[in-house]
Design a protein around this ligand. Structure first.
Ligand SMILES: Cc1cc2nc3c(=O)[nH]c(=O)nc-3n(C[C@H](O)[C@H](O)[C@H](O)COP(=O)(O)O)c2cc1C
Ligand SMILES: [Fe+2]
Ligand SMILES: [Fe+2]
Length: 385
């Protein structure tokens, strides 16, 4: 697939894996993007997941025929992009691996390759003939060895997982439809929230570093190639990595017997009646990445949890722990839930939220046993938001 005379897409779509990193559900699939820069020398940038070896090698052959690959540039060592390094070496034995010192140790550790590795440093260039690649280190986006590669002559940034999105790519691969950004925005946010979310600081540093580069084509390792909506994509990453959120509520709950659920739905109704945007997530029915996505999207987090073994109901605790692990900042918080003999969940959730520096709205509401509107004043709670 030709992105330009010199830049080709050789990635693959994965519609079979049900959970990315064995955790994050993939209702729309995911792509593992890989690129060729075809000049006097041929450079391959990153590879793909292990199970796509045949398709990946076929894609390469379709672009370069019998030409050889001179360089395999390794931007990131997570196995969804690095698993086929040995396969590439087998088919193209002379190709030199170009990467940084940290990644080189991981190449040995994961794939046992020690020979033919050229180690590059910050800002170093590699000439391919007419065009070149320049390397910039972006540690902890989201692994320590991560770097990006920039082709100044083509104004193309190979950005690794930065600016990546879940959801397989369409036939054109690029954002050729005017609404591509709107179509991928949620899955880009969910990818960010799940995988990169903890690393807001390093993402900010990386954005400053690449901010001065001329970029007319953004080539991440997942999701579309951005040519038209680059500014929107960068602005979204900037917002997410600063933990900036818009006015609205992520209301997530778990419930065994429906009482906490009834309260959640009553509160959602009351919020909507007040014109507050509110996304509701049942944490026992979907994986928590959807709620995490909305924690990054909205400024208020409301959690509903019954008391369970003197603690928080586990699916709700998992989300709250995920929010704390990602060091989400500046949210407003409220908790509620049913108990039967000794309430604990709301108090514990409030403690976690306080430790995260969140503003606690009210004390939270805990109610004994069955839900009734007189035990849970949804209107009064909605008024606090
Ligand atoms: C395994 C289990 C453990 C529980 N632990 C507690 C507890 O420690 N303290 C308490 O007050 N209630 C406890 N409960 C009772 C629930 O909090 C109570 O049934 C609540 O109404 C459930 O809310 P739900 O209808 O939203 O699931 C427990 C219930 C179960 C099934
Ligand atoms: Fe990664
Ligand atoms: Fe990745």
């Amino acid at each position: 697939m030709r992105l330009s005379e010199r830049i080709r897409y050789v990635g693959v779509n994965d519609m079979r894996t049900t959970r990315f990193e064995s955790q994050w559900t993939l209702p729309f699939g995911v792509s593992y993007n890989s690129y060729l820069v075809v000049d006097e020398k041929v450079a391959l940038i990153d590879t793909a997941a292990a199970q796509y070896e045949d398709e990946f090698l076929t894609n390469i052959k379709a672009e370069i025929g019998d030409r050889r690959i001179d360089y395999l540039v390794v931007n990131h060592m997570e196995p969804d992009h690095s698993a086929l390094q040995a396969a590439v070496r087998r088919v193209y034995p002379d190709c030199e691996i170009v990467t940084n010192a940290k990644a080189a140790t991981m190449i040995e550790g994961f794939n046992g390759i020690t020979e033919g590795i050229k180690v590059v440093k910050e800002g170093e260039s590699l000439s391919l003939g007419e065009v070149s690649l320049r390397f910039f280190m972006v540690p902890m986006v989201h692994w320590p060895e991560t770097m990006v590669s920039w082709c100044p002559e083509e104004k193309t940034l190979f950005s690794g997982d930065a600016f990546g999105a879940f959801k397989a790519v369409g036939n054109s691969v690029t954002d050729s439809y005017s609404n591509t950004f709107e179509e991928y925005k949620d899955e880009m946010t969910r990818y960010y929230a799940s995988i990169v979310g903890k690393y807001g600081g390093p993402v900010q540093t990386a954005l400053k570093k690449v901010g001065g580069l001329a970029i007319g084509r953004l080539c991440p390792t997942h999701g579309p190639v951005w040519e038209n909506r680059i500014a929107d994509v960068i602005a979204l990453y900037d917002r997410l990595s600063r933990y900036e959120a818009s006015r609205g509520v992520c209301l997530a709950y778990g419930s065994m017997y429906g009482n906490t659920e009834k309260a959640a739905l009553a509160l959602a109704e009351a919020l909507k009646a007040r014109g507050v945007e509110c996304a509701v997530h049942n944490l026992t029915a979907e994986d928590y990445s959807f709620a995490l996505r909305d924690v990054f999207k909205y400024d208020t987090l409301i959690l509903g949890s019954p008391t369970y073994n003197n603690g928080i109901f586990p699916p709700v605790r998992q989300l709250m722990q995920g929010v704390c692990d990602r060091m989400v900042k500046g949210r407003r918080f409220m908790a509620f839930g049913s108990f039967t003999w000794a309430a604990a969940s709301v108090k514990l959730l409030n403690e976690m939220a306080s430790a995260a520096g969140f503003e606690i709205l009210g004390e939270g509401t805990t109610f004994k046993q069955g839900f009734t509107p007189d035990k849970f004043d949804a209107e009064a709670l909605a008024a606090l938001v």
